[in-house]
Design a protein. Sequence first.
Length: 312
Amino acid sequence: MSVANISLSKWHKVAGIGLVCGLALAGCDRSDKEDTTEQAELTEQETVDAENSVAPAISCDDPMVQDRLKSALKNTLSQQAQSLAANYANDAEISLANGVVSEKTNGVVIDVQNAAILQQANENGMTTCQASVSMTLPSEDLYQASQVQAANNQPSLQSRLAQDNIRINNNMLVDDAFTYIVGTQGGQVRTRIAGQPALITVVADVMAGSVFKTAMDEQRAQRAAERRATQNNDTTQTAPIRQPRTVTPVEPIRPTEPTPPPTINKPAESQNSSTANTQAAAAEPSKPATPKAVPKDETIDMVIIEDNSATY
């Protein structure tokens, strides 16, 4: 082989090796660019997903939040009151009318004031809020519940409220540090009560006690009416049947007539003269008898006195 051919062959080999290396370098550079592009796209997608997962924060005093909070308070209050009333009824072995507890809790007026942020929104967009929540109860329910508490030797309502930092103004109970959580999930506003507020527990106990007291009073009245009815029935069955009594008219008492003077039987010849003398004596007033003069003659042994009525 000539020197020219040998040189050409070496050049082809060098050129082939350079071409192969160039192609390899081009392929590596393209691969690096594609990897960088894919990583950039993935990072951008993760950022978009993260932004979508964080819900916007909701204001604590938003009107919709206030409405949702009041509904949550009403439902929680009704559930706790029904549970407590059922416990009272079971202990006393009485039954409660259906829906009576719900009627009581529906009469409670709930209000929310001075809402403020207690803790900023977290990564899920949930904000912790604090507000002044008041519950106004009927005065009758407060009075009946206090009677039940006194009968069961339970602490008074005032002492329980003071222990739980709850103010009372007439028949309004106020918790100035009521905590709740608000946010959005699935595009909807969510409101949740934080923990177990003492305000709800106290008001639920008052409602349950009032329902229980009303049921006890109704049962006592019913039992008393049944006893009276039973006593009336027993009296009607055992009482003797009385016949009407015939009243006989009473004749008036006649005045007593004066007793006539006794009649003295006299001889027939002197009857007329005696009758005349009697009539004359009755006509004239009686006069004292005048003694007849007697002659003072000691020689006379016997004195004869004239008497027409005498018999010789």
